[in-house]
Design a protein around this ligand. Structure first.
Ligand code: LRH
Ligand code: MN
Length: 431
């Protein structure tokens, strides 16, 4: 199947499913109308919701204990773009790919731009990588990159980020996303303030090198690979950095980068209030940075995050333009199925948040009616919006049920035939 065939994947229109859908959707639209909600308004909102796909999540992910690759996995940027185009084809909600450099180093930019045009996908934020040493890299990042006491290592890391910006400019990105593994494993190993000052200094140079219409996202993470102190450990550290760099520096919230029982929607509300919410890496987790599929463990928490986003959107909060991106590691599920499930989950969580009766909620909050305030929120969350997001997709020529449509398409089997497994020696293109 040549690259351009993704678009021609015929969605097996199963008339019974169509009929069930029409009945379910008109029932839901009727019920929503009774509670003063306009289904058409929510469909329009879902049509505007777009999330970027991580180029590194189309191959099976793994842990330090092992990786169990599946058949037909992408071996090149072109094949990742093909798979990304299919996810967009079936969901109508994922038109862009987020690249990771050097995993997606570009050899022939014209070929990449041709493929992007043919496949109908674009590019979102580009991600830097100073958490691994690349083959024939001069200096090691073992003791950090921007926080490294050795100025030559810091310089090398800055040069890498300037290169990432150049790649991003070639593919039309408008942001660089910076996650630093920098930190220490033992007390005394690293100056806690000195390391942070060095990171800020280096980021100032990267910030200054960005085109004027770009943003820089700083991504915090509490631990791993550092197990005593991480330089950009929490949202506070990320916010301090973004505030010191300038208006076009904002904080990226990876949902898995919070210690257990952290109230992430509160972190989102704080960053929104500071005008510094740059974007998200959506995923879910039970314990640590598990990178599980979004909404698979704590769907209510995901809904509460979207509730904060819809509030900000309704209030037309100045500078509100979050970059929605997925960052997951698919160790067991078929990577494409997991991404289809994730986009559907995000469309559902957003649609539920759009159903909140905000005036009623505000009234209960003002009157201190705790019970009715919570019930107002839960009423939206408890609404089964699947017929509504399915209808939103159907109107855009996408699938009622993307995962079932993918299985019916036989795409994975076709790719398994086309893409013999990459030899173990092949260069790393993902975690
Ligand atoms: C770090 C992280 C970061 C990416 C990487 C793939 O845990 O979330 O966003 O660079 O995963
Ligand atoms: Mn991330």
């Amino acid at each position: 199947m040549a690259a351009s065939d993704v678009a021609s994947i015929a969605l097996e229109l199963d008339s019974a499913a169509e009929r069930d859908h029409e009945r379910d959707f008109s029932e839901l639209a009727g019920r929503l109308e009774r509670t003063g909600c306009d289904a058409e308004e929510v469909i329009a909102a879902v049509h505007h919701f777009e999330v970027a796909l991580p180029s590194w999540a189309f191959a099976t992910g793994g842990t330090r204990f092992g990786r169990f690759p599946g058949a037909g996995e992408p071996r090149s940027l072109r094949e990742k773009m093909e798979d990304a185009a299919l996810v967009h084809r079936l969901t109508a909600g994922a038109p862009r790919l987020s690249l990771h450099i050097p995993w997606d180093e570009i050899r022939d930019i014209n070929e990449v731009l041709d493929d992007a045009r043919r496949l109908g996908i674009g590019f979102d934020a580009v991600n830097s990588n100073t958490f691994q040493d690349q083959p024939n890299q001069r200096l090691s990042y073992k003791l950090g990159s921007f926080s490294n006491p050795d100025a030559a290592v810091r310089r090398q890391a800055i040069e890498h980020h300037l290169h990432v910006i150049e790649v991003g400019k070639l593919v039309g990105s408008k942001a660089i996303s910076v996650w630093l593994a920098d930190g220490s494993d033992f007390p005394g190993q690293m100056s806690l303030r000195g390391s942070f000052d060095r990171v800020r200094e280096c980021l100032q140079e990267v910030y200054a090198a960005m085109p004027d219409d770009w943003r820089l996202f700083t991504e915090h993470k509490p631990y791993e690979p550092s197990f005593y102190a991480t330089v950009v450990q929490d949202w506070g550290s990320s916010l301090l950095l973004a505030q010191s760099l300038g208006d076009r520096a904002q904080c990226l919230v990876d949902l898995g980068h919070h210690l257990p029982s952290t109230n992430i929607e509160l972190v989102v509300a704080r960053l929104l209030g500071a005008g510094k919410l740059g974007g998200f890496h959506f995923n879910d987790s039970m314990y640590g940075d598990d990178d599980l599929t979004a909404g698979s463990i704590r769907p209510y928490a995901l809904f509460l995050i979207f509730h904060e986003l819809v509030l900000a959107e309704r209030e037309r909060l100045p500078g509100f333009d979050p970059a929605y991106m997925i960052d997951q590691s698919h160790n067991l599920k078929d990577p494409i199925e997991a991404l289809l499930q994730t986009v559907d989950q995000l469309q559902q969580s957003y649609a539920k948040a759009c159903l909140v009766d905000h005036d009623e909620l505000a009234a209960h909050q003002a009157s201190g009616d705790v019970m009715m305030a919570e019930r107002t929120l839960k009423r939206a969350y408890d609404t089964d919006v699947r017929p509504l997001v399915a209808e939103a997709r159907r109107r855009r020529g996408a699938a009622l049920d993307p995962v079932l449509a993918f299985r019916a398409s036989g795409y994975r089997a076709q790719k398994a035939a086309e893409r013999p497994a990459a030899p173990p020696s092949a260069a790393r293109t993902h975690l």
